[in-house]
Design a protein around this ligand. Structure first.
Ligand code: ACO
Length: 334
């Protein structure tokens, strides 16, 4: 079997136009800018328009156009779309297929949605890498696009303050040059025993939506914040260590760590467990975005590449966790 290396050829992001600050949240739930910033590191988040033009597949379209330009590819060069989201445009068809038509792709490429909550992008990246390595596919578009503002309970101050909307995409393609860019190590995991730490119990097969559910707000996402916090710090540290140990790389040799942006205190704790003395090499943008679920890592990666922090040749570690409880890590040479 052929064995190829894969490389991130291009990235793109989309930021919804509306900014919702902590100050503005003070008039929605009983909270304060100080409480939110101290406990989470968040100051503001983006919120999609409900008038159209900023649905998850729209955001993905705008972000992908930029990624294609950077990758020097046309839409028909894409062999597969992996679309990670817990807030798809509609239940059927899948968002990847909707995006395929929006991009004008006519090559009938495969289209698959990934439901792995915040871990969706890392899951997609690692799956795409496996498919490129074996020669099965050449260019895979991995999308993470979320409109969480639709699914959070705006009466629940313990969760609504955390989340935001946004989109990040990456095109992973076969590395045709010998420049060293490649994915060095990856893992994906899940522990279903913690499924009730963060879940949405109603609205599908088990309990289709009723007017009563909507009136009571019982269909929104439910989260046990403290339980999630503990699992998050443990799994982030473990998966990062496993990914590094597999290829005998020390955490101190990694140029940039990009953890899932759920809470700055989770990031600090996980990094401490990993033996980091400071956060100088950790990309953190939660202050401006909040938790955008699957989109946090591609958003942070794109921003850090564009502002010049991450350079070609750098060792970069993606590290994530989410509802499920899903988790995973990717160590790559960019
Ligand atoms: N504003 C003001 N007070 C608040 C707020 C708020 N927004 N929310 C909760 N409080 C109050 C509580 O009622 C509680 O008051 P009490 O002591 O009188 O009962 C007090 O603040 C402390 O609440 P805690 O829940 O103990 O606060 P904690 O420090 O644990 O922070 C938080 C809560 C921010 C939710 C934290 O637990 C967390 O970030 N957990 C992880 C969440 C997470 O990762 N979620 C997503 C995972 S998956 C994914 O990313 C999609």
């Amino acid at each position: 079997m052929d064995f190829y290396k894969s490389k991130i050829l291009g990235t793109g992001i989309y930021a919804p136009k509306k900014i919702l600050t902590n100050k503005e949240l003070e008039s929605i739930v009983e909270t304060s800018d100080e409480w939110i910033f101290e406990r989470t590191g968040i100051r503001e988040r983006r919120i999609c328009s409900t008038e159209g033009g900023e649905w998850p597949t729209d955001m993905a379209l705008y972000a992908t156009r930029d990624a294609l330009v950077e990758a020097k590819l046309t839409p028909n060069d894409i062999d597969l779309i992996l679309f990670a989201s817990v807030t798809p445009d509609v239940p059927l068809p899948n968002s990847a297929s909707i995006l395929q038509t929006k991009l004008g792709i006519t090559n009938e490429c495969g289209c698959l949605d990934i439901s792995a909550a915040c871990s969706g992008f890392v899951y997609g990246l690692n799956m795409a890498n496996a498919m490129i390595q074996t020669g099965f596919l050449k260019n895979v578009l991995i999308v993470a696009s979320e409109m969480l503002s639709r699914e959070v309970d705006w009466k629940d101050r313990s969760s609504c303050i955390l989340f935001g909307d946004g989109c990040g995409v990456a095109i992973l393609g076969r590395n045709e040059s010998n420049d060293g860019s490649q994915i060095l190590s990856s893992n994906i995991h899940a522990d279903g025993t913690g499924k009730e730490f963060f879940y949405q119990p109603y609205g599908r097969a088990v309990a289709p939506l009723t007017t009563q559910m909507i009136e009571e707000g019982s269909h929104y996402m439910k989260m046990k914040g403290k339980e999630m916090f503990k699992v998050a710090t443990r799994t982030l540290a473990k998966n990062a260590k496993d990914a590094l140990d597999k290829v005998h790389v020390s955490i101190n040799d990694v140029n940039w760590i990009i953890p899932h942006q759920a809470n700055v205190r989770i990031i600090e704790t996980a990094c401490k467990i990993l033996g980091l003395n400071n956060l100088d090499n950790v990309i953190i943008n939660i202050e401006r975005w909040g938790n955008t679920s699957a989109a946090t890592i591609p958003l942070a990666f794109h921003e850090a590449v564009k502002d010049g922090r991450i350079k070609r040749g750098d060792l970069v570690l993606f590290d994530t966790f989410g509802a499920g409880l899903t988790s995973g890590a990717t160590l790559l040479r960019y």
